[in-house]
Write a protein that binds this ligand. Structure first.
Ligand SMILES: Cc1cc2nc3c(=O)[nH]c(=O)nc-3n(C[C@H](O)[C@H](O)[C@H](O)COP(=O)(O)OP(=O)(O)OC[C@H]3O[C@@H](n4cnc5c(N)ncnc54)[C@H](O)[C@@H]3O)c2cc1C
Length: 422
């Protein structure tokens, strides 16, 4: 299927991956649905643990958010570590910190499989207001004192060392964060998975899972039936299509990115080559590509219909941050769905022999690899670390199938408006 939303810089600079398909009915220990970071990491780790694995992807590897995101590797979750400790107590905060901040499994996979995906270190959180900067400084102090996790507090006067924009009131530069080419990371994981014995069925959508009383499962696509002891549902924004009950826990919010033409003054815009995300509710996030384009994300849309001209939609956000390139040529514009949960924490768990991990709420580039690997770990019999993530609270959105999205949209519009009013 050609995807009008995928006129992306990533698609045209992707490494070669030949889509794979199998004919006839298939059997395996573990069937993974979805070829994004979560599904690929889970499939790879399951194969490494000795299971026979089939990964079924409706379109192609990286078709979903994993192949279209801003490429920002931001340690942690959407909640700060101090918020997690206040809510869940010291012991759970320790466990969450170890998994979501300290344990950088993306870096480990890139190193292990020598994945060529333009990995760069450094992430800057830029304060939209002085109040945001105060909050950031308090959190940086807390992280340093409590966990020995250090980052650099950048005063407003020193922001020019990192970013040529007058807008920001300071920031936190985290050398443990970074950025990468997300689609090439996904393809690298897929290649490692093939080498580990994972079989891929691409271009086939799972329509239904039948669970039998002995715990086994059958997955039905249009052309194939896959029999599996275990299922890992890693379909994120689409999870409700196969598992309607799980679909109640997320709503998809459309988010758009552009890539300028290569810029002669790229290194002046972002001198330390860090990825940047600002503290607005509907945030701006941006970074340089390996060939010195500015990749800029900004402006959510609560309608599922994309803007007619994505570049024109995102350009004003870029021009506000960087007026000096307001008229720069834009070569690519694309978008994708961010699966958002009610409380912005991922929804991870298990029902019988069906495992799921979704709803990373725009903060999934790093933690999806961890989540996928922890599902594999649980499936191999050690659920302790999986349970740390699976025990995060989650609530379905109110409103049933038809009202869920409009109600969630109203809530998000309220916060976006508050943000605009300051
Ligand atoms: C525009 C955008 C920008 C973002 N920027 C960032 C960022 O900079 N940093 C960050 O941390 N996070 C970011 N995110 C979020 C991050 O990309 C996601 O959290 C993460 O990629 C989710 O990965 P996943 O594997 O769970 O899901 P996905 O990558 O969405 O993969 C799900 C896959 O399942 C397949 N599928 C769906 N239904 C079926 C079915 N029935 N049968 C078979 N296959 C099926 C889909 O085709 C898809 O390939 C962004 C997201 C978007 C959309």
């Amino acid at each position: 299927m050609t995807d009008p939303l995928n006129n992306s810089y990533y698609a045209v600079t992707a490494h070669i991956w030949r889509p794979r398909a199998f004919e006839g009915d298939l059997e395996c220990d573990v069937a993974v649905i979805g070829g994004g970071f979560t599904g690929l990491s889970a499939a790879l780790a399951c194969a490494e643990n000795g299971f026979s694995v089939i990964l079924i992807e409706a379109e192609h590897i990286g078709f979903g958010a994993s192949g279209r995101n801003g490429g920002q590797l931001i340690p942690g979750l959407r909640w700060t570590a101090s918020e997690l400790e206040a809510e869940f107590g010291r012991e759970r905060a320790d466990a969450l910190f170890d998994l979501c901040w300290r344990d950088n499994r993306v870096q480990a996979r890139i190193a292990k499989h020598r994945i060529d995906c333009d990995l760069k270190s450094g992430h800057l959180e830029a304060a939209w207001t002085p109040k945001d900067f105060d909050t950031m400084k308090r959190e940086a102090d807390y992280l340093a004192a409590r966990f020995g996790y250090t980052s650099d507090v950048v005063a407003k006067a020193d922001m020019a060392d990192h970013i040529a924009s007058p807008l920001y009131h300071g920031g936190i530069h985290d050398p443990q964060g970074g950025h990468f080419h997300p689609l090439n990371y996904a393809i690298g994981l897929a290649q490692a998975a093939v080498a580990a014995g994972v079989r891929f069925v691409e271009g086939e959508r799972v329509h239904r899972i039948a669970e039998f009383s002995d715990g086994s499962n059958e997955l039905f696509t249009t052309r194939t039936i896959v029999g599996a002891r275990y299922v890992i549902d890693a379909t994120d924004s689409w999870i409700g299509d196969v598992e309607p009950d799980l679909g109640r826990y997320t709503v998809p919010i459309m988010n758009y990115n552009i890539a300028t033409a290569p810029l002669a003054n790229a290194s002046e815009l972002l001198p330390t080559d860090a990825a940047v995300a600002d503290s607005r509710f509907v945030l701006n996030y941006f970074r340089l590509s390996a060939d010195k384009r500015l990749i800029f994300g900004g402006g959510e849309r609560y309608s599922q219909t994309p803007p007619r001209d994505i570049s024109a939609f995102v350009r004003p956000f870029m021009a506000e941050v960087f007026p000096q390139i307001a008229d720069a040529p834009i070569d690519y514009g694309w978008g994708g769905a961010v699966a958002v949960t009610m409380n912005r924490l991922p929804h991870i768990g298990r029902r019988g022999n069906v495992f799921y991990a979704h709803g990373f709420s725009g903060h999934g580039a790093l933690v999806t690899t961890t989540a996928g690997e922890l599902v594999a770990e649980a499936l191999a019999g050690t659920a302790e670390r999986f349970d740390v993530l699976a025990s995060l609270p989650s609530q379905p959105f109110p409103g049933g199938k038809w009202l869920r999205r409009p109600l969630a949209t109203l809530g998000l519009l309220y916060y976006a408006m508050k943000d605009r009013l300051g």
